[in-house]
Design a protein around this ligand. Structure first.
Ligand SMILES: *Cc1c(COP(=O)(O)O)cnc(C)c1O
Length: 360
């Protein structure tokens, strides 16, 4: 078998190896059914058991209260940018958006098609290299939307945004840091995430949504666009992304068996600290995000010289460090070190960076 290399891809991203190995076994036959995971009917007992375990593990890991639904949808996080205002915002209402990167901006763009948007804060003035602390909420926002981790810019909220107006419904795009640390779901109306960063393959989107918010959604939309349709049908109104749900179930087992969200947070904290500490001490590389806004998932850094950046990325690729090129809007490098990225890979990268720096 071809050996695996260190994969720093921002998404789709590295998955836990035991998950991939188990999936490989079950591609030909799910358990002893004689039928592969992708070949089972979504209505049959074997797959229904998978979907039920995925939901119950998700609830267990995140401590999801009973008055929340767990949905497995399609269309990625980007589809949620539209589905949220479609369901919850009308033209007489205002929703507050915290704009901390291009994903937030895309969410705003969709919301404006349905109602008013108050940009409660924005860090665009500094190319999104920080998380704003001054937030100007509107009086009674229909909901408040934020992006907990900014995949492209390497910034992350350290917790929920402060100072929400009383009773405001908080909605979070957690695509790139979901289940990377403990979360108090009861503080949210809804949390959503495309799976391909921390939870599984692309093609399935996890939505955790409170009952009363779900029920308040617009009833004049086509069935597929209403959350209640998917909730009422246990995410099986139409054929769900069965393989994605299966892989997510395996990832949830892996999270549970590796200390749950507390265990994830510990490992992620350790990995990020190693890398940022090195960047701090380096005279060649420096982190692009402001110190108190730095992401534990996506570490963005530069040398300050585009040619040296390019040489670093090329040399790194040759040595088996994959996908370190930063997003074009930031330049430089980005090391995505999600839940499944091993500590040894961070150690190896730091050693490589030290060697590169010594020879620069
Ligand atoms: C990757 C990403 C998205 C886009 O997800 P899709 O599933 O491709 O639509 C949205 N928000 C954040 C924070 C992301 O990291």
């Amino acid at each position: 078998m071809t050996s695996r290399i260190w994969n720093f891809s921002a998404g789709p991203a590295v998955l836990p190896e035991p998950v991939l190995e188990e999936a490989r076994e079950n591609l030909l036959s799910l358990g002893d059914t004689g039928v592969g995971i992708c070949e089972h009917s979504h209505r049959g007992k074997p797959f229904v058991a998978v979907a039920e375990e995925a939901e119950s593990l998700c609830r267990e890991i995140a401590g999801i209260p009973d008055n929340y639904r767990v949905l497995f949808l399609q269309g990625g996080a980007s589809f949620q940018f539209a589905m949220i205002p479609m369901n919850f915002l009308n033209k007489d209402q205002t929703a507050d958006y915290l704009v901390t990167g291009s994903w937030s901006k895309k969410a705003v763009k969709e919301a404006k098609l349905f109602g008013n948007v108050n940009t409660a804060c924005s860090s665009e003035d500094a190319n999104f290299n920080y998380i704003p602390t001054q937030i100007a909420y509107s009086d009674q926002p229909r909901y408040v939307h934020y992006t907990s981790n900014n995949t492209i810019y390497g910034t992350q909220f350290s917790g929920e945004p402060e100072g929400l107006p009383g009773g405001a419904t908080l909605i979070c795009d957690a695509s790139s840091d979901i289940f990377s640390r403990p979360i108090d779901v009861s503080r949210y109306g809804m949390i959503y995430a495309g799976a391909q960063k921390n939870l599984g393959p692309s093609g399935v989107t996890l939505v955790i949504i409170r009952d009363d918010l779900l029920e308040s959604g617009c009833t004049e939309l086509t069935s597929m666009l209403q959350y209640r349709t998917h909730s009422g049908a246990g995410s099986m109104y139409n054929t769900p992304p069965t393989f994605g749900i299966y892989l997510m179930m395996l990832v949830f087992r892996w999270i549970r068996d590796n200390g749950g969200l507390t265990g994830m947070a510990e490992r992620n904290g350790q990995k990020a600290a190693l890398l940022y500490d090195y960047l701090q001490s380096s005279s060649l590389f420096s982190a692009t995000a402001e110190e108190n806004s730095r992401s534990k998932m996506n570490v963005t850094f530069v040398t300050g010289n585009a040619d040296i950046d390019a040489k670093f990325i090329a040399d790194a690729a040759e040595q088996g460090f994959n996908a370190l090129k930063g997003h074009r809007s930031v330049g430089g490098m980005r090391a995505s070190i999600y839940n499944a990225f091993p500590l040894e890979g961070v150690d190896a990268l730091i050693q490589f960076m030290k060697d590169f720096e010594a020879n620069a």
